[in-house]
Design a protein around this ligand. Structure first.
Ligand SMILES: [Zn+2]
Length: 185
C-alpha cells in the first residue's frame, strides 16, 4: 500500500513489548489484544503499558475490543496515575500478516471519535514469524495510516518526580500528558 511511509517514531518500554509478546503467545492460535496507554514525549507517543482485554469473540483471525472497555480501562489507570492517557490499541496476528482493512478502518474510527481524545491513534500488531511475535506499529494521521518506528525506552519516572527534576508536563485535554523528557535507553 503506498499510503504507508517509513517515518515517525514511538517510544515503547521493554515491559510493554514483553506484555504484548507474552499475551500473544498465551492466546495462540487465537488473537489477543487490548489498549495502549502512556504519555507523550515531545508530542510523540511513549507507550508505558499494554493492557490485555479478553474478547469473547476472539478467534485465529479476529480480535475486537469489547464495547465500552477502552473508556473503562483508561479511566481505571488514570485513577492511579493521572499522567496516563489512551494512545491506541494492539492485537496479535497468529500468522505473519499486515494489519487488515478491518484493523485500519477501526483505527480511523478511533481517530474520528472525539470521546477517545486521540486524533493520532497507534495500532501495534504482534505478527508471528519464525515461532516468535514481532511488533508492527502504525499510526493514523490525517485519515492516513503510516508505519512508525518503535524505539526501546525506559519506564515512566514515578509520579511526583517531575517537580523535582524540573521537567515540563503539559496537559493534553482528556488525553495523555506531554512529557518533555528524553526517554531512557
Ligand atoms: Zn488484525
Amino acid at each position: 500500500m503506498n499510503v504507508l511511509r517509513l517515518e515517525g517514531r514511538v517510544w515503547l518500554t521493554e515491559a510493554v513489548a514483553v506484555t504484548i509478546a507474552e499475551s500473544a503467545e498465551r492466546a495462540h492460535p487465537d488473537e489477543a489484544g487490548g489498549v495502549l496507554i502512556g504519555v507523550l514525549s515531545r508530542s510523540r507517543p511513549w507507550v508505558t503499558a499494554a493492557i490485555e482485554i479478553p474478547s469473547a469473540h476472539a478467534s485465529g483471525s479476529y480480535y475486537g475490543l469489547p464495547e465500552g472497555s477502552r473508556r473503562r480501562v483508561v479511566s481505571h489507570h488514570r485513577q492511579s496515575d493521572g499522567r496516563l492517557g489512551y494512545l491506541g490499541e494492539w492485537h496479535s496476528h497468529p500468522s505473519d500478516v499486515v494489519p487488515s482493512r478491518v484493523d485500519i478502518d477501526a483505527m480511523k474510527r478511533v481517530a474520528r471519535d472525539l470521546d477517545a481524545c486521540s486524533p493520532h491513534p497507534l495500532l501495534i500488531v504482534a505478527r508471528r514469524r519464525d515461532c516468535a511475535y514481532t511488533l508492527d506499529a502504525r499510526e493514523v494521521r490525517n485519515a492516513r495510516v503510516r508505519r512508525v518506528r518503535l524505539i526501546a525506552a525506559g519506564p515512566l519516572p514515578p509520579a511526583g518526580h517531575d517537580s523535582e527534576s524540573g521537567t515540563d508536563l503539559r496537559w493534553q485535554p482528556g488525553g495523555a500528558h506531554d512529557y518533555d523528557l528524553a526517554p531512557i535507553r
